[in-house]
Design a protein around this ligand. Structure first.
Ligand code: NAD
Length: 251
């Protein structure tokens, strides 16, 4: 297995896309610590992965709190070994109209989605550099970091910021042997998907005309974490059924 025994931190891995990422990394042999603000759900997901015969554990962690991030990296090290793979997935897809958006909401979402990636990415990278580990960091962006969308005046810039942060991290960390990439998912079916927007608003604009699954994001993350992606760094990999490249769908 290509990720055999590699200690991996997956933030926000209790549910949704993060659960798919944690599950697939573990299936590929990684030893995964799910670090999530919802410790109970994280423990349930880790138990499900373990019952399937793979290696996973859970801890409660808020990506906005540097002390909690350090504690989670310590927990990973004690349980499975020094961090080799970090997946910065935790985030929220909350939306509000631009004209009514409160400053508090904007700052809350940037802090969670973008600053959280900075905090976890920096903490993991410092440990990898110190240990001389050829670490892999994968940051979960979004199609909404590539183009705008209704209600996304905070969400889109948080995700565009992740793509830009990934490029600079890749450049500065390459001399230390680290690779840093982003994955930009398109519409993925999860439990927390708001029912207010009809599926067709998304699928009608996609080449593949369907939602993706959390596991399909997990497979791309596993590829980027593996040596099969040895010449790839600073890249933003869209996994979106063709949403970002679909133009007029008639002719
Ligand atoms: N679902 C999609 O269609 C989609 C599309 C593009 C990008 N994304 C991105 O994928 C990531 C996961 O999205 P999702 O749809 O699975 O969301 P989700 O709400 O289903 O899951 C988010 C997870 O993050 C955890 N979390 C929330 N705040 C946290 C914090 N402060 N610290 C640690 N953990 C925290 C939650 O407890 C939960 O387990 C996000 O970064 C999101 O922007 C999702």
């Amino acid at each position: 297995m290509e990720l055999e025994n590699k200690p991996a931190l997956v933030t926000g891995g209790a549910m949704g896309v993060g659960r798919g990422i944690a599950t697939v990394l573990a299936q590929h042999g990684a030893r995964v610590l799910i670090a999530d603000i919802d410790g109970k759900a994280a423990a349930e997901t880790a138990t499900a992965i373990s019952k399937a015969g793979h290696m996973a554990a859970a801890t409660t962690m808020d990506v906005r709190e540097p002390d909690q991030v350090e504690a989670a990296l310590d927990a990973l090290e004690q349980r499975f070994g020094p961090v080799e793979i970090t997946v910065n997935n935790a985030g929220a897809t909350s939306r509000q109209p631009f004209l009514e958006m409160e400053l508090e909401f904007f700052e809350w979402l940037i802090r969670l989605n973008l600053t959280g990636v900075f905090i976890c990415g920096q903490a993991a990278a410092r440990r990898m550099v110190q240990a001389g580990t050829p670490g892999r960091i994968i940051n979960i962006a979004s199609n909404s970091g590539i183009f705008g969308g209704i209600g996304r005046a905070a969400y889109s810039p948080s995700k565009a910021g992740i793509i830009a942060l990934t490029q600079t991290m890749a450049l500065e960390l390459a001399p230390h042997g680290l690779r840093v990439n982003a994955v930009a998912p398109g519409p993925i079916k999860t439990e927390s998907q708001p029912a207010s927007v009809p599926d067709e608003a998304f699928t009608s604009r996609m080449s593949l005309e369907r939602f993706g699954t959390p596991e399909e994001i997990g497979e791309t993350v596993a590829f980027l974490a593996s040596e099969r992606a040895s010449f790839t760094t600073g890249h933003c990999y869209t996994v979106d059924g063709g949403l970002t490249v679909s133009g007029i769908k008639a002719g």
